[in-house]
Ligand binder design. Structure first.
Ligand code: GLU
Length: 445
């Protein structure tokens, strides 16, 4: 890390003690910024980095709710409004028992640069709760969402802060949240949430966007190396919304996706993961992926297995943060993997990233490769603002163009700063400069 940045980073560590994920995300970005400071000394003078690393606002609140038996539960709700230099705060809500302030802060921090990379007018933020929707009835989830929004609504607005989904928050939850917002505010403000259902202002392609966008990005990475997905063996960790649509698109473009996973284990399907069966298990029945093998009898399930030990050309981590360690990266490299693109946020540990970069394989960080989800959210906001609804094909084309533009910007920036092919550095610098430029223009904010 650059000498000037060492002391900045030290202060950030002292101010955010114990917030390991947040510190990890900050360190990863700061390590890339040395050459930027040398080129633009004003960034140092105006303390842009210190400002970006301090969220504009952090909201923590109590979320009381009752289960179907009448028992009272208390969860903790969060919304971290990281940066609004480029537009209203924008980023998902995560409902998962591991959620804490550090995780939401790291996600909001990453989101700020990701959103800048899309080139769309959206700032960065993130929120969520340590509520676990797993095993809860629809009514319990509804009561939780209503209680959550009863506090959150006052911090939102189509020009202020626009949440969406993330882990544990999909169409069902967005519906309950939107219903409660509308009821409390007495305003049909479609643009206050994205990822909505199609019957009340949602946009086509939003459901598929993160996974499809990831694979469009991979297509560009391979094209830059005169390769294509045709015949490539792929593995995709996770089995949620991002993983499902990454598998679907990778198969459509000729890839052979042989494995996916959930928190319990790994499935290996030599004939290629059958997306229809996977959707039935995960989206309709909401069951662990082990169930997949009941329909696809030839497929193998390994409880607690490690997906990164499976031989592949392309690896797409689409589960959660720090799921791919240095050891996993070594296993992938040993098995001849040539592309790693992150569908999840910060899924690769610093040791893993180091190995990929040293091996000079094509490695794309989440803030670039998974930006298709939030970019399509911005397209949903555009449609809401103009009371319009675009076709699937039209929106999908826009998504593909956005992903190609992000890809090219990362590579051009990496070239400009003397590290050709380094997507991680390109994404960090291009994302940072997008935010820094407008922060400089807006005065001391
Ligand atoms: N949670 C998604 C992300 O990590 C999407 C956010 C959004 O659509 O606002 O980018």
């Amino acid at each position: 890390m650059d000498e000037k940045l060492e002391s900045v980073f030290w202060n950030i560590q002292q101010r955010n003690l114990g917030e390991t994920e947040f510190i990890q995300a900050v360190k990863e970005v700061l390590t890339s910024l040395g050459p930027v400071l040398a080129k633009y000394p004003k960034i140092v003078e105006q303390k842009i980095i210190e400002r970006i690393c301090e969220p504009e606002r952090q909201i923590i609140f109590r979320v009381p709710w009752q289960d179907d038996q009448g028992e009272v539960h208390i969860n903790r709700g969060f919304r971290v409004q990281s940066n609004s230099a480029l537009g209203p705060y924008k980023g998902g809500l995560r409902f998962h028992p591991t959620v804490n302030l550090s995780i939401i802060k790291f996600l909001g921090f990453e989101q700020t640069f990701k959103n800048a990379l899309t080139g769309m007018p959206i700032g960065g933020g993130k929120g969520g709760s340590d509520f676990d929707p797993k095993g809860r009835s629809d009514n319990e989830v509804m009561r939780f969402c209503q209680s959550f929004m009863t506090e959150l609504y006052r911090h939102l607005g189509e020009y202020t802060d626009v949440p969406a989904g993330d882990i544990g928050v999909g169409r069902r939850e967005i519906g309950f949240l939107f219903g409660q917002y509308k009821r409390i505010c007495n305003r049909y403000e479609s643009g206050v949430l994205t990822g909505k259902g199609l019957s009340y202002g949602g946009a086509l392609v939003r459901t598929e966007a993160t996974g499809y966008g990831l694979v469009y990005f991979v297509r560009e990475m391979l094209a830059a190396r005169n390769e294509s997905l045709e015949g490539k063996t792929c593995i995709v960790s996770g089995a949620g919304n991002v993983a499902i649509y990454a598998i679907e698109k990778a198969a459509e473009l000729g890839g052979r996706v042989v494995a996916c996973s959930d928190s319990c284990g790994v499935i290996f399907d030599e004939q290629g993961i059958d997306v229809k069966t996977l959707k039935q298990v995960k989206e309709v029945e909401r069951l662990p992926i082990e169930r997949y093998c009941k329909t696809r009898r030839h497929a193998r399930y390994q409880a607690g297995g490690n997906i990164w030990e499976i031989k592949c050309d392309v690896a797409l981590p689409c589960a959660t943060q720090n799921e791919l360690t240095g050891k996993d990266a070594a296993a992938l490299l040993n098995n001849g993997c040539i592309v790693v693109a992150e569908g999840a946020n910060m899924p690769t540990t610093p040791e893993g990233i180091e190995r990929f970069v040293a091996a000079e394989i094509a490695y794309a960080p989440g803030k670039a490769a998974n930006a298709g989800g939030v970019a399509t959210s911005a397209l949903e906001m555009q449609q809401n603002a103009s009371r319009d609804a675009w076709s699937f094909e039209f929106t999908d084309k826009k998504l593909a163009t956005i992903m190609k533009d992000i890809h090219d910007r990362c590579l051009e920036t990496a070239d400009e700063f003397g590290v050709p092919g380094n997507y991680a550095l390109g994404a960090n610098i291009a994302g940072f400069m997008g935010v820094a430029d407008s922060m400089q223009a807006l005065g001391l904010i």
